[in-house]
Design a protein around this ligand. Structure first.
Ligand code: CMC
Length: 463
């Protein structure tokens, strides 16, 4: 008999099973809770809820441990390549040379997107954020590469190769659209990261020279972002995938979830924050005070799971030292990041809330060193995370208890009330609130004009 937990409610006692993980982490199994007690659980933002059992990634936020399929992230980051790690996440073991060859071969063969898709890029405005393009283009892969709901093993392999490889191609094509240059096609002669950098930075008038330090840094960046168990975007992938939705639409949903600045969008925000601090002449002290007073947020700090250093941040910080600090040179942005970290780690506000650097604190500096434009940072995160999303999608598809995800809620709205006919409804003031962020500022003027054109008293618009 396994260990049980007792619940006492309404003068009755109930026993609940515990589910125990590989590392002895324990979960109260509430599968039968509502049936037996009439109760549901309320866990807003899922801070205490394990949504599934998974054998892909182990994360211990208290001890700062991250492992993919049992292998420490530190070892994978130094000894493996991204493609190898993608295989490991997907299929559970490190590939043999033959398996790796075959996987890489598939990725190469799948790297071209349908030529007609190139026309789509022309239709986007020049100021389109590359994450918007990526979300749309990945969803549109569903129309070019239609798949059955019941995929055979071969079809599943093809879908995985398409996505891992084509997210990278779409990312590079989006950049070319942004800078107004012709696209550079993928080459079967180049490895994954070299291929990406070549598609990004080569042009008919310039051959991109690969720098092994940059290639290694981007490869490491991708490995560190490849999976992170049930984060917001991966949970989105599982949720959308559970309805048996098309796999390209599922990954597009993951990309959309990643975009937000509380998640993958944070790497872009860190550089913007460091730039603002540098430009203002602050040594970081003023910004830290603003963060403590809730006037600003120290981007790249804090994590829902890590209550100590994010191990990925440690690796990236070390990489920054190697990449950015050359003899006789300083890097003001790295310098300010180090100062911010130091101040935060000596401040009770951050210590008492367990706020430490997360993966995004130093990753932007690595991308900046590789000349990856600021708007592409989250796209790079998406390229790295695609194998992780697919590994979770695959694991879910092959699991026994694979049902549609459908949480419950506690309804707190009005109780039953009488319907009010239109002519009896009290008049309300019609205020339109349009929130503007700096990014949307330059594009939203026309939208604002249209909004203000609307006559609130013109009821014909309801037709
Ligand atoms: N700067 C200042 N205060 C912070 C920060 C921060 N970066 N993060 C959390 N806090 C404070 C927060 O104000 C709250 O204070 P109080 O107890 O006084 O209300 C307390 O710490 C708990 O924060 P929370 O927002 O309730 O924590 P959460 O687990 O809901 O959010 C987080 C986690 C990552 C969204 C948050 O720490 C954050 O916004 N960090 C900055 C954005 C960031 O770096 N995101 C990348 C996350 S890692 C990569 C990824 O997963 O994509």
């Amino acid at each position: 008999m396994g260990e049980k937990a007792k619940l006492s409610f309404s003068d009755k006692e109930y026993e609940l099973d515990l589910t125990v993980g590989t590392e002895n982490e324990k979960a109260l199994n509430i599968h039968e809770l509502r049936n037996h007690t009439g109760l549901v659980t309320l866990d807003e933002s899922f801070a205490n809820t394990a949504a599934c059992r998974s054998a892909i990634t182990y994360l211990d936020g208290e001890r700062g441990i991250l492992r993919y399929r049992g292998y420490p992230i530190e070892e994978l980051a130094t000894r493996s390549r991204f493609v190898e790690v993608a295989y490991l996440l997907m299929y559970g073991d490190l590939p043999t040379p033959k398996q790796l060859n075959s996987f890489s071969g598939h990725l190469n063969l799948s790297s071209l997107i349908h030529e007609d898709m190139r026309h789509f890029f022309l239709a986007f405005p020049n100021y389109a954020h590359p994450m918007g393009l990526l979300t749309t283009m990945v969803a549109s892969l569903a129309t070019f590469y239609p798949v059955q709901e019941d995929l055979s093993e071969e079809e599943e392999k093809q879908v995985i190769s398409n996505l891992v490889s084509q997210v990278r191609t779409i990312a590079a094509f989006s950049y070319k659209k942004f800078v107004g240059e012709p696209v550079v096609y993928p080459s079967h002669k180049l490895r994954f990261v070299e291929n990406f950098l070549n598609m990004m930075f080569s042009s008919p008038v310039k051959n991109y020279q690969q720098d092994p330090d940059i290639v290694k840094a981007i490869d490491t960046f991708l490995i560190l972002h490849a999976d992170h168990e049930q984060n917001c975007s991966t949970s989105t992938v599982r949720l959308v995938g559970s309805s048996l939705s098309n796999v390209y639409a599922v990954i597009s949903a993951g990309i959309a979830a990643l975009w937000g600045r509380r998640h993958g969008g944070a790497n872009q925000e860190v550089i913007s924050m460091l730039t603002r601090i540098l430009d203002s002449g602050d040594d970081g002290g003023r910004f830290i005070e603003d963060a403590k007073n809730k006037r600003a947020r120290l981007m790249g700090f804090g994590h829902r799971i890590y209550k100590t250093f994010d191990p990925r941040a440690k690796i990236l910080k070390e990489l920054c030292h190697k990449l950015l600090i050359k003899p006789g040179m300083t890097n003001p942005m790295f310098d300010i990041a180090l100062r911010l970290e130091d101040k935060a780690l000596h401040d009770d506000y951050f210590l008492s809330r367990n706020l430490y650097p997360n993966v995004d604190f130093y990753s932007g500096l690595i991308l900046k060193a590789a000349n990856i434009p600021y708007d592409m940072f989250t796209v790079l995160f998406a390229i790295g995370r695609t194998p992780g999303w697919l590994a979770h999608w695959r694991e879910m598809r092959h699991s026994e208890n694979y049902r549609i995800a459908r949480p419950r809620q506690i309804y707190v709205g009005p109780a039953l009330r009488d319907y009010i006919p239109m002519d009896k409804r009290p008049a309300m003031s019609g205020t339109t609130i349009v929130r503007r962020s700096p990014v949307s500022e330059r594009i939203s003027n026309s939208m604002l004009e249209k909004t203000s054109d609307i006559d609130d008293n013109d009821t014909t618009r309801f037709a």
